[in-house]
Design a protein around this ligand. Structure first.
Ligand code: PAF
Length: 296
C-alpha cells in the first residue's frame, strides 16, 4: 500500500494510474476507522481498479467547543486496517498541506446545508463541503463513497458536486451497525458503558418508525410524537431533534402516504452527540439501498 502526504506526489502517482486507463474509487475519512469505513472501501474495491482513502481530521468542520482536539487519531492502526481490505493508497496530508496560510476559499451549500445539523452546528457543512471539494479535486476519482449514517452530509456533498460540475459519481452506501443496532461511529468511543447500552435506543426508534408505517401510520406529526415519547423513556438520552423529511431535500413532511421519508435523529448521551437515520416507506413503496449520483 502506497502512502502520500503531499498533493504533488499523489498527483504524479494518480496520473500514471489514469494513463493505464484504470478507474479510481475514493473513500474520504477522518481516520479512527471502523467497519463502516471498511465497508465503503470494500465496495470501492469491488467497483474500481484502484482504491484510495484519505485520512484527514478536518478542523474547519468542527465548531468551537466541539471535539477537534480529542477526536481519536491512530494512523498506524488505520493503515493496518486499510491494507487488510485491499486499499492501494492512503493520502494523509498535514494541516498545512490542505489549508496553507494563504487559504481563503470556502464552499457553502445553501438550503440542504442550513437545516438540521447545519442549524445546530453552524459552519459544519461549510467545512465539510470545502474539504470534500478540495479532496475530490486532489484525487479526481471516478467515484467517491460516503456512508448513509451521515445522511445530510451526503445530500450536501451530492448537491455541491452537481452544482460545481465535479466529474465523478457520488455514492451513498448503507450504514453499518454493531450487533445491537448502534450505528458505527468513531464517536461511539466516547460513550461510558451505561451510555453505550442506552444508545441502542436510536436504532430501536428507527425500527419503530418503520413498524408504525407498516401498520398504517401516515401522519408525520403522530409518528414524530410517538418516536419522541419512546426516546423520553430512556433517561440517559437527551434528544436534540427527531425530524421526518423528504429524502432528497429534508423538507419536513406532513404525510407519508404513498411516499418514502427519512427519519433523522440527533441525541446526546452526556457530552456525546450521536446521529442516526433511516429511510422508511409505507408498504408498496420501495426504498433503494444505494444512492448513486452520476455526473451530468
Ligand atoms: O464523514 C467524514 O468522515 C467527514 O465528514 C469527511 C467526509 C471525511 C470530510 O472531512
Amino acid at each position: 500500500m502506497r502512502t502520500f502526504q503531499q498533493v504533488s506526489g499523489l498527483r504524479v502517482y494518480l496520473r500514471g494510474i489514469r494513463a493505464e486507463g484504470k478507474t479510481i474509487g475514493f473513500v474520504p475519512t477522518m481516520g479512527a476507522l471502523h467497519d463502516g469505513h471498511l465497508s465503503l472501501m470494500r465496495r470501492a474495491r469491488n467497483e474500481n481498479d484502484l482504491v484510495i482513502a484519505s485520512i484527514f481530521v478536518n478542523p474547519t468542520q468542527f465548531g468551537a467547543g466541539e471535539d477537534f482536539e480529542k477526536y481519536p487519531r491512530d494512523l498506524n492502526k488505520d493503515l493496518q486496517m486499510t491494507s487488510l481490505v485491499g486499499v492501494d493508497a492512503i493520502f494523509s496530508p498535514s494541516l498545512e498541506e490542505v489549508y496553507p496560510p494563504t487559504h481563503r476559499t470556502f464552499v457553502e451549500v445553501e438550503g440542504i446545508g442550513e437545516t438540521l445539523e447545519g442549524k445546530r452546528r453552524p459552519g459544519h457543512f461549510r467545512g465539510v463541503a470545502t474539504v470534500v471539494a478540495k479532496l475530490l479535486n486532489m484525487v479526481q476519482p471516478d467515484s467517491a463513497y460516503f456512508g448513509q449514517k451521515d445522511y445530510q452530509q451526503f445530500l450536501v456533498i451530492e448537491r455541491m458536486a452537481r452544482d460545481l460540475n465535479l466529474p465523478m459519481s457520488i455514492i451513498m452506501a448503507p450504514t453499518m451497525r454493531e450487533s445491537d443496532g448502534l450505528a458505527m461511529s468513531s464517536r461511539n468511543a466516547y460513550l461510558s458503558p451505561e451510555q453505550r447500552k442506552a444508545a441502542t435506543i436510536l436504532h430501536e426508534v428507527l425500527l419503530d418508525a418503520q413498524r408504525r408505517v407498516d401498520e398504517g401510520e401516515t401522519s408525520a406529526a403522530c409518528l414524530r410524537s410517538e418516536l419522541e415519547a419512546k426516546l423520553a423513556r430512556e433517561p440517559l438520552a437527551v434528544p436534540d431533534y427527531v425530524a421526518i423529511g423528504d429524502p432528497d431535500t429534508l423538507d419536513p413532511l406532513t404525510t407519508l402516504e404513498g411516499r418514502a421519508a427519512v427519519v433523522a435523529l440527533a441525541v446526546c448521551f452526556g457530552t456525546t452527540r450521536l446521529i442516526d437515520n433511516a429511510v422508511i416507506a409505507p408498504p408498496g413503496v420501495t426504498v433503494p439501498k444505494m444512492r448513486v449520483s452520476k455526473p451530468q
